[in-house]
Design a protein. Structure first.
Length: 213
């Protein structure tokens, strides 16, 4: 399928999808009815103005940086970790959580060099480097809370939303690194070449997220 709409927008599948669609619909952007039930990965608005692509959150910055999507909606955690060259246009105020360091209440000091497990190796490495602490960062794809429980690492760096995962696994937050929320980002050349249609999209979405603040 080729994408020929005026605007291509990459959405993050998963956790923030429902809240994202609510904002887009309230903003008057004609999101396809079946977007969250269909298995299609490219969906077009009824009038054909916008193509939506449904991507893994971690890949959204890649699609936008390469310009195959003009806009993307994705968490700040992914943006910081991926470090792509994009414009950040708007904070949507959804998907709010914190990036934190967590561990067992009493950290056992087993290792010569402290180990930190994370799905965010870059954020973890830079955080500890900034504090002058030498650590070995171990990349995991998920369920990072397992690491301190089974002795893979003393600490983790991960997002904490309700705190339930930490609590149910007997872990505590040790330090907060940054606040996270969902952002609207743009490809740099699209932002210039499609300024009218992007401005219109941003204005509509801003109208919704600002009244909800
Ligand atoms: C995320 C995150 C934490 C948890 C935070 O995991 O990595 O584990 O949610 O939410 P809470 O504070 O409300 O418990 P997710 O369920 O997305 O799975 P994953 O880590 O395996 O990717
Ligand atoms: Mg998790």
């Amino acid at each position: 399928m080729t994408t020929q709409a005026a605007l291509t927008v990459a959405l993050s599948k998963g956790r923030i999808m429902e809240a994202t669609l609510t904002i887009l619909r309230e903003a008057g952007i004609p999101v396809p009815e079946d977007i969250d039930s269909s298995r299609k990965l490219i969906l077009n608005t009824p009038g054909g103005e916008i193509d939506f692509i449904l991507a893994k959150p971690v890949d959204v910055p890649t699609y936008v940086e390469y310009g195959v999507a003009d806009l993307g909606i994705v968490g700040k955690d992914v943006l910081v970790e991926e470090g792509r060259d994009l414009y950040e246009l708007l904070d949507l105020g959804i998907g709010r959580c914190k990036m934190s360091v967590a561990g067992l209440p009493e950290t056992p000091a087993h290792f010569t060099m402290p180990r930190v497990a994370s799905k965010y190796p870059r954020i973890a490495t830079e955080y500890f480097r900034g504090r002058g602490q030498q650590v070995e960062v171990i990349f995991l794809n998920g369920s990072v809370e397992l690491a301190p429980l089974i002795g893979l690492a003393e600490r983790i760096v991960d997002v904490v939303e309700t705190g339930r995962t930490l609590k149910e696994n007997g872990l505590i937050v040790q330090e907060d690194i940054m606040d996270i929320s969902t952002r609207l980002v743009a490809n740099r050349s699209s932002f210039r070449l499609k300024s009218a249609v992007i401005d219109d999209f941003v204005r509509r979405v801003r109208g919704v997220v600002e009244t909800e603040e």
